[in-house]
Design a protein around this ligand. Sequence first.
Ligand SMILES: NC(=O)c1ccc[n+]([C@@H]2O[C@H](COP(=O)([O-])OP(=O)(O)OC[C@H]3O[C@@H](n4cnc5c(N)ncnc54)[C@H](O)[C@@H]3O)[C@@H](O)[C@H]2O)c1
Length: 444
Amino acid sequence: MKVTVIGTGYVGLVAGACLAETGNDVICADIDSRKIEGLKRGELPIFEPGLGPLVDSNLAAERLQFTTDIASSVRASNIIFIAVGTPPDEDGSADLQHVLAVAKSIGQAMEGEKVVCTKSTVPVGTANKVRDAIMAETTHPVHVCSNPEFLKEGAAVTDFMKPDRVIIGVDSDHAGGVLTELYSPFVRTGNAIHIMDIAAAEITKYAANAMLATRISFMNSIAQLCEETGADVGMVRRGLGSDGRIGSAFLFPGAGYGGSCFPKDVKALIRTMRELGSDASILEAVEAVNEKQKYLLINRVKARFGDDLKGRHFAVWGLAFKPNTDDMREAPSLVTIRGLREAGATVSAHDPVAMEEAKRIFGSEVQFHRDNYDALSGAEALIVHTEWLPYRRPDFSRMKGLLKAPIIFDGRNLYPPETLESLGFEYYSIGRAPTQPAAGRTNP
Ligand SMILES: NC(=O)c1ccc[n+]([C@@H]2O[C@H](COP(=O)([O-])OP(=O)(O)OC[C@H]3O[C@@H](n4cnc5c(N)ncnc54)[C@H](O)[C@@H]3O)[C@@H](O)[C@H]2O)c1
């Protein structure tokens, strides 16, 4: 099949490469000429496990092409995906300007019947706006569909190749048939393709992200209760998650959810619900808990060292909002590092892949180290933000030798408190009692 994907970011590039891998002729189009020129040379603009070889092999097989010529890419294919960004507008609603600009370009370029799918996360009702924008420019028939994407950064290729489910919102049998054929190679083990009406598909995507964000904020609230009562949130999490009705995913407490999706999608859904007169109070609470949670680590550092951190130096391990990605959008580490800097502290940091992205944000304000242990030298404490594998079982005696004092603020509960206590660390995690081997220190 001939497929064009407009918007070559995390979603568009992964979708394009995976659709090419299953034998389709795919054009990935984007207005960012630097990105497209790099991709033509086989240079990936993002870090995503397994994506490089997929792009290389499909480029070599000439099943995958990259272009900035949106009009030609529209004419060349009968299925067109819109996968451009939908960032939050000032009022929290999804900014649809890129989606609608692409829709207009599609309408202007069409010279025959097309199936046009929004893969971008868009509020309910957007497909109608996309259809209107296309039909204002053309008299050719168009089948507008909603095909929201559920891939996770860090596991995007695997998620796309083996989706739990594919959601397809259509208003014509033709579009349903075309998209079922396109997706059938990805669901051979029996996972479902759910064909539904367009509004249901648009809502399903927001409902899924809002549910996951809700679980995180819920667990962060429970973690707070654990701290107040001396219970261990890890035990509660295991007890809770082993209930088959609940399941264990997304129940880890932490320093708040971040990334390019949950924060903006929860905001946008709240906005849509308010506009339509629905009660958004559950999601308002989810968001409020998360906003507070993002400040947990910086507040703990200040409670321990005082509000004025001038002359103090801290190390941060993990910058990306989660492991296996270089995405720093809305990463809780940003809140901690900004808080440290504003209070006068200096910061050294390490991340296995997100340091280039972090340099773009912080420039010379943060010292970046290629080796995670080098970042510890002379620091008053280590703050762990992302659960990258190399941080999970570090050499604690080496860390002790490098840190000014053996203090760890762990936003991911990576270490057993008893072990750290026995090694002489002052250790603060989330939803678990702090360990305080050094006498006379006060809890944050
Ligand atoms: N990142 C994720 O994990 C994820 C997962 C599921 C859904 N989504 C949704 O998918 C959409 C895309 O997200 P992303 O993370 O890939 O975004 P991104 O910012 O990484 O990529 C968007 C791309 O669109 C391009 N673009 C913008 N305007 C354009 C135009 N007029 N014509 C052509 N290209 C244009 C940009 O240059 C950029 O390369 C969003 O709606 C997002 O909410 C993202």
